[in-house]
Design a protein around this ligand. Structure first.
Ligand code: ME8
Length: 659
């Protein structure tokens, strides 16, 4: 194994809800970088996991009527949970940490004690604002319009005995780290951290809570649990075996080469995390990279807004590799990007089906047609290369360097752009060389044609090597189709023009990336999203009970009677109203209008005995008078409104009083 090592992490996810495409974005990016490093021969440790403690999880579990542990187990290990999703997305993590794992809890207790013993954690009283959703404490000055600056939700007053971490002590060192090193990227985030958080004055951080119990207990002070971010951030070290006996990889992999994190948690990773490591006397990670958000209609996806996109639906519909590719190709990694199904389908059709897919299928088909599926040998040594040959081969020879520069700068979108420029060049080369014309006279042009085919296959191979970290399974298929042996798939070979054998035997196989019928797919996605939304709705909802009391005398004034439906018809020009002619026992017909056509057809109701309140003042609807109201039971099932008229025993005579 190589002595080049690379330790890369994703954030550990909150299993408070199922994960969405934004989470998949972050993990796919990290996975692609990890695979890129492995391709280069690095010994990679790629860590992901789940951050399972805190008040939010405790509340959600209690609302669901299960223990917090059962709650998180279901989202992490259960069907279509976090682990299933990463398996589906072909995520190649080497380790998966759960902050409820015993070894992690053991380490966190030791870490907390160490910082207490070295004087950086002290006991005080916490008074301030707390955002339950972000598990974050804020000072008044940090709030935006009185609300949480991260998520915009309401914050609550909090006061309790608590431990504090001397964050203020490390302000200068952290500022120096941010301003004078490449610790935090993109650089634009440095100003944000320094100006918004450090310059206004870093306050000590509250690092324990007593108002709930779902957390790592402070072992020397029962009743306190460790603040969830202290617990969470140290996962990057406990997962290597720091202060526990589970693993023994700290010396090998710490400090981490990069933590990939979303922009809203850059503050925790670039200020609090280094300060705590400084306190512990530990080396700092080499880099924190803060990526942007995937937005939907310009806003952040969130479960509470009900606008999350389910990666399962997309991966199952378009294929895992197409989805992985789309995420990395479309959105500049450090910035926000607007997700849409249209964009996804367009990217699949243009880049994958048209450009890459066609290049492979046309080339392999032509080798089949013109050479019986095997290159004739010596096709590299064409004596008279034309301008287009040189242009293509030079571009291909330089691709790996350009790709590497982009990948090393955490710009996978730029790396992919370089690859697709070459793919476009190769497609143009087919039009320029016109193999079908050459094939008309194989005696005269056979060698030239073989050379052209070789150039196309070799270009495709190089692209395939560099696309492997993004689309591992599809590239295996691509290599099989162009007849590339395993030595043609290495990082070194991507910079070595002429690696493919000139007796390669390509075979036209299945279509790597079938074209998507946009309209059909959009309609199906919409239906699937609707169905998923419905499935997620509570099975049954009833109206909340009215708090306000009605006094008995007022109640007794309501006159409820049994009424028999003599006739019922829809009111003209109204979608909703039914007109009832009722026998109310008085000998005179009573007319009531009721907006229930959505639930009943008129003929279903004739002859039924219903209940009406009859002493309401008459009122006019659509020009017709309604004298009373029919009683019905209402509830909601899977988001759908349901209504049942109250029907009573037909033996009850018309006009009988109900009390
Ligand atoms: O923050 N677009 O967990 P988390 C892009 N437990 N990225 C998104 C996104 C979106 N729409 N929505 C979420 C936590 N993410 C902590 C981490 S690490 C020690 C503790 C990203 O599940 C988000 O930016 O709320 C973050 O990086 C990651 O998903 C996990 O978010």
């Amino acid at each position: 194994m190589s002595d080049k090592k690379f330790y890369i992490t994703t954030p550990i996810y909150y299993p408070s809800d199922k994960l969405h495409i934004g989470h998949a974005y972050c993990t796919v990016a990290t996975d692609s970088i990890a695979r890129y490093k492995r391709l280069q021969g690095y010994d990679v440790m790629f860590l992901t996991g789940t951050d399972e403690h805190g008040q939010k999880i405790e509340s959600k579990a209690s609302a669901a009527g299960v223990t917090p542990q059962q709650f998180v187990d279901n989202i992490v290990d259960g069907p279509r949970g976090v682990k299933d999703l990463w398996k589906l997305m072909n995520i190649s993590n080497d380790r998966f940490i759960r902050t409820t794992d015993d070894y992690h809890v053991e380490s966190i207790q030791k870490i907390f004690k160490k910082m207490y013993e070295n004087g950086d954690i002290y006991k005080g009283s916490y008074k301030g604002k707390y955002c339950k959703d972000c598990e974050a404490f804020w000072t008044e000055t940090q709030l935006v319009d009185g609300k949480c600056p991260d998520c915009g939700r309401e914050v609550m007053d909090a006061e309790e005995e608590a431990y504090f971490f001397r964050l203020s002590k490390y302000a200068d060192r952290v500022q120096d780290l941010l301003e004078n090193t490449d610790f935090l990227e993109p650089r634009s985030r440095v100003n944000e951290m320094v100006n918004n958080f450090i310059k206004p004055g870093l306050e000590d951080l509250c690092v324990s809570r007593t108002s709930f119990s779902w957390g790592v207990p402070v072992d020397f002070d029962p009743g306190h649990v460790v603040y969830v971010w202290v617990d969470a951030l140290f996962n990057y070290m406990t997962a290597l075996g720091f202060l526990n006996g589970k693993y023994d990889d700290v010396d090998k992999f710490w400090p981490a080469d990069v933590h990939i994190v979303g922009k809203e948690i850059v503050r925790f990773h670039s200020i609090i995390w280094p300060a705590m490591l400084m306190s512990m006397g530990l080396p700092l990670p080499k880099k924190v990279f803060g990526h942007g958000w995937l937005l939907l209609d310009g806003g952040k996806m969130s479960k509470s807004k009900g606008n999350v996109v389910d990666p399962y639906i997309l991966a199952e519909k378009f294929g895992v590799d197409a989805l992985r590719f789309f995420l990395m190709r479309t959105f500049p990694f450090g910035s926000d990007g607007n997700f849409s199904n249209e964009l996804l389908i367009q990217t699949i059709n243009v880049d994958l089906a048209n450009d890459l897919g066609n290049l492979v299928s046309r080339t392999t088909a032509m080798v089949g047609k013109y050479f019986g599926g095997k290159l004739p040998g010596a096709c590299r040594e064409w004596a008279a290369p034309e301008a287009c040959d040189t242009e293509l081969t030079e571009m291909a020879k330089g691709l790996r360097d350009r790709y590497q520069a982009a990948m090393d700068a955490y710009a996978p979108h730029k790396a992919l752009d370089e690859v697709f420029k070459l793919i476009a060049r190769a497609n143009k080369y087919i039009d320029e060389t016109m193999p079908w014309a050459l094939a008309k006279d194989m005696d005269a042009n056979g060698k030239r044609l073989a050379h052209v085919m070789y150039n196309l296959l070799e270009t495709t191979r190089i692209c395939g090597v560099l696309l492997t970290p993004f689309m591992p399974e599809s590239m295996d298929k691509l290599f099989a189709q162009i007849g590339a042996c395993p030595c043609c798939r290495s990082w070194d070979s991507a910079a070595r023009w002429g690696t493919l054998s000139d007796e390669a035997e390509p075979t036209k196989g299945e279509n790597l990336f079938p074209r998507v019928d946009t309209e059909k797919a959009l309609a199906e996605l919409e239906a699937a999203a609707e169905a998923a939304k419905k499935a997620a709705l509570p099975p049954l909802e009833i109206e909340p009970y009215t708090e306000e009391k009605v006094d008995f005398d007022t109640f007794c004034k309501s006159d409820f009677r049994a009424v028999k439906v003599k006739a019922c018809e829809a009111v003209k020009k109204s979608d909703k109203l039914l007109k009832f002619t009722l026998d109310d026992g008085t000998g005179t017909d009573r007319q009531i209008l009721s907006g229930i056509h959505k639930f009943y057809e008129p003929e279903q109701l004739v002859g039924k005995t219903l209940v009406a309140i009859v002493n309401l003042p008459p009122r006019k609807m659509m020009g017709q008078e309604s004298c009373g109201m029919l009683l019905s039971a209402v509830h909601t099932e899977k988001g759908e409104e349901k209504l049942n008229l109250i029907m009573v025993d037909d033996a009850i005579p018309a006009g009988a009083k109900l009390c």
